[in-house]
Ligand binder design. Structure first.
Ligand code: J2J
Length: 539
């Protein structure tokens, strides 16, 4: 059984409603309104596919009926693993309209991750595209289905469903629409980056997420004339909601999808579709800055270039300003909730040096020292937060919840930040054992567990090492048993365990022991810090 999701205590919920943050809107409902208001306006552009709001709304109705005809019911979960293609929106909004919860997997996830999401959420169905980027998701689904007993249906978008159900068949159903969910219901489960082992599931309600979209649209000046380009994988929380594709649909704007973030794919789309806003991670921004300087495309429609997901260095921020003009915005957010932005009218100094400030006047921030006491103003400390769009617990994770949230409902972000006198945040580092590989999050513990499963590995510690391009890379320290395996063998081992490629250690270093100081390190955290330092000193 899945435990009930206790979100905000009623006093907070009442306050957020009274303040006008939570307005009783649902995703299915807002799409209907936008479609009635401007039916012929373009909602989605992907390759040669163009859907108006009326097209999208009709597909969403058909799928809401089809999923219901399949036997799926309000409150149940469906894993959605789709890349940047138009059916992402018909599927996800079809599920929303029926009150069924999508669980957002990334295209890079593989069998181990998908099975974990399926088991943790007790998902009954799994939606994929047949093939993408040379990978056959039907083969993955066959493997997943064997290991996830709750999965009854695999639904395939694209031309060839193989042994599974074609999405086109689900779209054919007629009949009455299922009842609409309530705005206070959980709408979907997002995926956490993971710091203590496996990724956790993040329950977001219609009310709270839609508030963050509205707030983001206001800050980013995204209205119905806007054109948002999805360059990163759109299932990720940043391009989904800050303001992202969902913010664009909330505004009644146009969403353009790029199959990849490479300038070769993106720049012609910016020019052709007159894109006004897009968001990328720092390594992509770096490539765009170089490509933009060499010219060739008219990028003058772009009013906001957002960079977030990992720390943007001032040097790269300056290069972006040189290449694109004053359109840069820094975004520091998290799928659990809190999102900070620099504002379009901020001074260049703020945009270069800070990660901005929260969306909401009711985002409460605490900056605490290691003992849990507030730090003096302007001093770095642990960031904790609660507010009208930050979750109060993970889905079905009693143990993690106790560690990740304080008794009075603050989420421990694991980030070390300082707040400047002007209210802007500067991210200084991290307390959580996570490697931020250019915006892709890797849990040290999760990878260590996979390495430890190798028969020739006695012990393993995974740490981040600085990298000019990605910001950070992963390094696995290994104490091997004899005969020691080769580094490449261990990398292949991790990959073959069915993990996303970005989790494979970039570097493997063999050591005789982990004892580096007279004082034996007892916590894994200290050990990782010591090993990391040792490597930096040696390099
Ligand atoms: C430093 N670290 C950052 C930044 C996120 C908007 C933008 C990003 C995310 C995201 C998101 C950072 N500088 N500018 O969901 O809506 C690191 C922090 C944070 C973690 C969250 C959004 N922006 N980070 O990246 O859930 O460590 O969300 O706690 O993937 O990324 O990761 P995630």
């Amino acid at each position: 059984m899945i435990p009930a999701i206790q979100q905000w205590p009623s006093a907070f919920a009442e306050r957020y409603r009274a303040a006008g943050y939570w307005r009783g809107e649902t995703f299915g409902g807002i799409l209907r309104q936008r479609a009635e208001h401007r039916p012929d306006h373009t909602a989605i552009v992907e390759g040669n596919t163009r859907w108006t709001y009326a097209d999208l709304d009709a597909r969403v109705d058909a799928l809401a009926r089809g999923f219901t005809a399949l036997g799926l019911r309000r409150g149940e979960r469906v894993i959605v693993q789709l890349p940047n293609v138009a059916p992402f929106f018909s599927v996800v909004f079809g599920l929303f309209r029926a009150g069924i919860l999508p669980v957002f997997a990334l295209p890079a996830h593989r069998v181990t991750e998908i099975v974990h999401f399926a088991n943790r959420s007790q998902a009954r169905a799994y939606v994929i595209l047949d093939t993408w980027d040379g990978f056959d998701y039907r083969a993955l689904a066959a493997e997943v289905k064997e290991k996830a007993p709750t999965l009854e249906h695999v639904i395939v978008a694209g031309d060839d469903a193989g042994p599974f159900t074609p999405l086109a068949d689900i779209e054919k159903h007629e009949g009455p629409l299922p009842p609409e969910p309530a705005s206070s219901d959980v709408a979907f489960l997002q995926i956490s980056g993971g710091s203590t082992g496996l990724s956790k599931l993040i329950p977001r309600t219609h009310d709270d997420y839609i508030y963050s979209l509205r707030g983001s649209n206001d800050i980013c000046e995204l209205d119905e004339n806007g054109v948002y380009l999805g360059a990163l994988p759109i299932a990720h929380n940043f391009p989904m909601s800050s303001p992202g594709t969902f913010g664009a649909l909330y505004a009644g704007a146009t969403v353009v999808l790029s199959p990849s973030p490479s300038p070769d794919a993106v720049f012609p789309l910016i020019e052709r579709e007159k894109v006004t806003i897009t968001g990328v991670v720092p390594p992509v921004a770096l490539i765009w800055a170089d490509a933009a300087r060499s010219g060739g495309h008219d990028l003058s429609s772009l009013k906001l270039l957002q960079v977030g997901g990992a720390k943007l260095t001032p040097e790269v921020a300056r290069r972006l300003l040189d290449a694109f003009g004053p359109v840069l915005q820094q975004v520091f957010g998290m799928a659990e909730g809190l999102v900070n932005y620099t504002r379009p009218d901020d001074d260049e100094e703020v945009v270069i040096h800070t990660q901005g400030r929260p969306i909401s006047p009711d985002d409460e921030l605490l900056i605490l020292d290691d003992d849990g006491n507030p730090v003096p103003p302007g001093t770095p400390g642990h960031l904790l937060t609660r507010g009208p769009y930050t979750i109060r617990q993970y889905f079905n994770e009693p143990e993690a919840n106790a560690a990740s949230f304080t008794p009075d409902g603050f989420y421990r972000t694991g980030d070390i930040v300082l707040v400047r006198p002007d209210g802007n945040l500067v991210v200084q580092g991290r307390a959580k054992d996570q490697i931020n590989r250019g915006g892709e999050k890797v849990s040290a513990e999760e990878i260590e567990d996979h390495l430890l499963a190798h028969p020739q590995v006695f012990d393993a510690a995974v740490v981040s090492i600085p990298d000019e391009y990605l910001g950070e890379r992963t390094c696995a320290f290994i104490i091997a048993r004899s005969p020691a395996p080769k580094g490449v063998e261990l990398k292949k081992w991790v990959r073959d365990r069915g993990l996303a490629a970005f989790k494979v250690p970039d570097r493997v270093v063999f050591v005789d022991s982990f004892h580096t100081t007279a004082v034996g390190k007892v916590s894994r955290k200290d050990l990782r810090a010591t090993l990391r330092q040792r490597l930096l000193d040696a390099d």
